[in-house]
Design a protein around this ligand. Structure first.
Ligand code: HEC
Length: 123
């Protein structure tokens, strides 16, 4: 009986050890490793164009672009951005949120805002 109690106690200690380690994953311990948002080196070619080609141009390109809006060239993106429509679409303000499947990460929206605020350069 005593042995059983001891082994149960050992098992309990083990269990607590495992449960307490559950959240010890890299992401939780070092959020900056995976959640860095580069807000200083935002350029059209490195930051903005990839965001749009990865999330938008599947619908917004070519002659049959959704909503009549193509987001494949700098000049068309610049036009949509300067009218305010780009940010409105990314935030769902007054128009359906884009992408339709759900908002982009806050980081990406912030990067688009930064690029617009800096003058929408073709850099
Ligand atoms: C799955 C297809 C799809 C994807 C992906 C998509 N869109 Fe759209 N988008 C549409 C459709 C369809 C409309 C037209 C909606 C309407 O007029 O009701 C639209 C409309 C728009 C408009 C015009 C809004 C208006 O009412 O004038 C903008 C701006 C826009 N999208 C930007 C984006 C951006 C930026 C992305 C990527 C972050 C994106 N879209 C991703 C399908 C898509």
């Amino acid at each position: 009986m005593k042995r059983l109690l001891i082994s149960l106690a050992c098992f309990g200690v083990f269990l607590i050890f495992f449960v307490s380690c559950y959240y010890d994953n890299e992401e939780a311990l070092y959020p900056t490793l995976t959640n860095t948002c580069d807000t200083t080196n935002v350029t059209y070619s490195v930051t903005i164009a990839p965001i749009l080609s990865n999330n938008c141009t599947v619908c917004h390109s070519g002659s049959a672009a959704s909503g009549g809006i193509s987001l494949t060239s700098y000049s068309s993106v610049q036009t949509v951005a300067s009218s305010g429509l780009l940010i409105n679409a990314l935030t769902g303000s007054g128009v359906p949120i884009m992408p339709i499947s759900g908002a982009l990460s806050a980081c990406k929206v912030t990067q688009v805002r930064i690029w617009i605020k800096a003058g929408m350069l073709n850099n």
